[in-house]
Design a protein around this ligand. Structure first.
Ligand code: HEC
Length: 292
C-alpha cells in the first residue's frame, strides 16, 4: 500500500513537471521534449531523483520501524493522529463553514418538529456570506462603470480591437513587404513603387526588353500578348522564376527582393498599351484576367 502511494507520487509529480515544461517552453509545432532533447533528459533525471528520494524515505521508515520500541511507536502514532486532526485544510474548512460539529448539534436544534424533520439553526457559512458581499461590491462597480460612466460595450470593445488589429496588419505589411510571393502579390499602383520598378527595369531588363519594353532578345512587354501568362501573379512568377529553359530569361529572385520583383512587375504591366519605338511582333496569347 505504501509503495503504491510512492508510485502515484512519482508519476503525478513527474507529469506536472512534464506538462509545465510543455506549457512554458515555446517549441513551435513540435512538443518541447522532441524539439529539445535536453528537456527529455531533464525530465528523466528529475524522475530518477524523485524515485531515489522515495526509496530513501521508504527505507528510513522501515529502519525506524525496526529499531523503535512498542511505546515509541504508540507515541508516534498519537502524534501523527493529532497532526492529522490539525491539518490546515481541516482548519480552513472549519473557518469557512463555521459548521457545528455533529456532537454539539443538540445546542442548535430548533424546537419545531416538521412531521419528524428537525432543523438546525446553523449560522450562515462565512464563505457564502463573503461571496455575497463581494457580489454586491461587484454589482455596484459594474453598474457605475457601464451604466453611469458609459463604459464600452462588448461590441465597442470588439470594434476597437479590430481597428487596432487592422493598424497592426498594415504596419506588419509595411515592414514585411518581402513576404509576398506569386500567390499573394498584388498590383502596385503608387507612383513611388512604379518609379522604383522603372529604375529596376532600366538597370536590369533593357538589354533584352528595350527601354520602352518594345522587345529585343526578350518579347514585347507592352502588348496584351503573353507567352507565360499576363496579370500581376504570372508576371511576378516569370520574373522571379525566369522563363522557359534555354530562352535566356533568368530567375531574378537571385538578385531582386520579392518587393522589388513586385515593383518591376507592376511597372511592366503599366507599360501595356504604350507604343514603343520598335515594337517586336506579339508572341504568345492574348491574356484575359478570367484565366487566372
Ligand atoms: C538576357 C535577356 C533578358 C533580360 C536581361 C531580361 N529578360 Fe525578360 N525575357 C527574356 C526572354 C528571352 C523572355 C522569353 C522567355 C520565354 O519565352 O520563356 C523573357 C520574358 C519575360 C517576361 C514574360 C513575357 C511573356 O510574354 O510572358 C517578362 C514579364 C519579363 N521577361 C520581364 C523581365 C524583367 C522585369 C527583366 C528585368 C528584371 C527582364 N525580363 C530581363 C529575356 C530577358
Amino acid at each position: 500500500m505504501k509503495s503504491f502511494a510512492s508510485y502515484l507520487r512519482v508519476i503525478a509529480i513527474t507529469s506536472i513537471v512534464f506538462i509545465a515544461a510543455e506549457y512554458l517552453i515555446d517549441s513551435g509545432e513540435k512538443p518541447a521534449f522532441i524539439e529539445y532533447p535536453m528537456v527529455s533528459v531533464f525530465i528523466l533525471l528529475f524522475a530518477i531523483i524523485l524515485i531515489g528520494i522515495e526509496i530513501m524515505v521508504g527505507s528510513m521508515n522501515s529502519l525506524a520501524d525496526a529499531i523503535m520500541t512498542e511505546d515509541q511507536k504508540k507515541a508516534l502514532e498519537v502524534k501523527r493522529a493529532k497532526a492529522r486532526k490539525n491539518a490546515w485544510y481541516l482548519k480552513l474548512e472549519k473557518r469557512l463553514t463555521k459548521a457545528q460539529p455533529i456532537e454539539a448539534e443538540g445546542e442548535i436544534i430548533l424546537d419545531h418538529n416538521y412531521d419528524g424533520i428537525r432543523e438546525l439553526d446553523n449560522s450562515l457559512p462565512p464563505w457564502w456570506v463573503y461571496g455575497f458581499y463581494i457580489s454586491i461590491v461587484f454589482a455596484v462597480i459594474y453598474l457605475a462603470k457601464y451604466h453611469i460612466f458609459d463604459g464600452n460595450t462588448q461590441a465597442e470593445e470588439y470594434e476597437q480591437a479590430m481597428a487596432k488589429a487592422k493598424i497592426e496588419i498594415e504596419e506588419y505589411k509595411r515592414t514585411a513587404k518581402d513576404l509576398i510571393d506569386a500567390n499573394t502579390v498584388e498590383l502596385l499602383t503608387e507612383a513611388s513603387d512604379l518609379n522604383a520598378g522603372k529604375s529596376i527595369f532600366q538597370t536590369n531588363c533593357v538589354a533584352c526588353h528595350m527601354a520602352d519594353g518594345g522587345g529585343g532578345i526578350g518579347p514585347n512587354l507592352t502588348d496584351e500578348y503573353w507567352i507565360l501568362g499576363g496579370g500581376i501573379k504570372n508576371v511576378f512568377r516569370t520574373i522571379s522564376e525566369g522563363g522557359r529553359d534555354g530562352k535566356g530569361m533568368v530567375a531574378w529572385k537571385q538578385s531582386l527582393k520579392p518587393s522589388e520583383v513586385a515593383q518591376v512587375a507592376s511597372y511592366v504591366l503599366s507599360l501595356e498599351g504604350t507604343t514603343p519605338a520598335n515594337p517586336k511582333a506579339p508572341e504568345g496569347e492574348i491574356w484575359t484576367p478570367e484565366e487566372e
